[in-house]
Ligand binder design. Sequence first.
Ligand SMILES: *Cc1c(COP(=O)(O)O)cnc(C)c1O
Length: 459
Amino acid sequence: MTQAPEYRKLPKVDQLLDDPACRSWIAAHGREPVVDAVRDALSSARATIARGEPCPPSDAILASVEQRLADEGRPSLRPVINASGVIIHTNLGRAPLSDDAIRAMAEMARGYSNLEFDLVSGERGSRYAHCGKLLAGLTGAEDGIVVNNNAAALLLVLRTLAAGREIVISRGQLIEIGGGVRIPEIMQECGITLVEVGTTNRTYTRDFERAITERTAALMIVHRSNFRISGYTCDPPIAELAELARRRGVLLLDDVGSGTLLDTAPYGLGHEPMVQERVAAGADVVCFSGDKLLGGPQAGYIAGRAALIKQMKQSPLLRALRVDKVTLAGIEATLRHYRRGDAAQRIPIWRAIAASVGDVEQRARAWQARLGADDPRLRVIEAASPIGGGALPELTLPTRALAIRARDPDALAGALRLADPPVVARVDDDQVVLDPRTVLPGEDDALLAALQAQLRADP
Ligand SMILES: *Cc1c(COP(=O)(O)O)cnc(C)c1O
């Protein structure tokens, strides 16, 4: 069969570019992207003909140009609706920010600021002055400093306070943080000799004591935030290690991982280490993440003794780890929630944690009602919302979720991810599960529009 006549029906590039639709797209997107889209659309039309099909009509080719322009113009990094129920989802950008933090960041992005400028003296100031006092006040530490993330905080602490010397740490705490970052490798990077003591399950204060030499810079505690050792276990109490460190003239460093300023226990989560407690118990330096339970922008916080923080501020490494003005503004606004005492009401991850099962169920039922109360594919089920963020897998909250039975649940979840905005759901056995706990206020309409489209497509 000959296809040549079909190829001859294909419009020319210039012909298409002259079309009024293309001319309006050129005005909106610029010439270059439209030319590329036209070429792509024509080459896919050629492929259609090569398969033995007729040449697509001009308006179909133009529609394909328009689709390509829309796809190309969409930002690569964009907001998604998190219906997975994982509250601190690392792959979905961890903590959504409070309105105050968003406002502060937008304002800071817009113009100039006193980032490193002392308004009283008119001289150079320090970017670390903006949050240091606030952080100290909230944690009870003498001073504080903020860097890019907690991994960076660890790097700065270790490099500044222990380079070329020894750190004593329990074998049960030599963890991989995530993304392949391992505590022993960070130590190696900093030229520190790691002295492992105790066993995987049990380590005592006397193990630390025996390992201290004149080369020891510090004892270190790392919170086992992403796994649990249970059964016959023992970790020395932090107060005992603090007393030992003081007596022997070495430092006590504490990586609490997520770190929280609010007690998690009243929310039914068990007790996560609180920064204030660790400082009070005698840690010289405590470091923690800004975008896990703290609920702010990505950052690493270091709270500790003033003399040690001062050393870190003088480190040349700090320059490479420093946070920008927009992040700093978000951090300050986030910390002010804790200072005012409205963190649990205003910080989105705490609102998600604090939402009662009744509240969540009401929302799941409202979704069900709007999608069709008599649709046999829809049910409201009991489920669990994981805290996430590398937190303990068993750290979950009871929840209610909307479950959708589908012939191919993976395909349905995949189609929801391609919605605009994308919706990320969980697949459980033969159903797609959507947890209202992590769907932010104001996202319901977009979520339901995406669901409606898919439910209609999958009768
Ligand atoms: C998450 C975590 C880190 C790393 O924090 P980032 O802010 O992600 O860099 C370090 N230590 C522990 C124990 C953690 O849980």
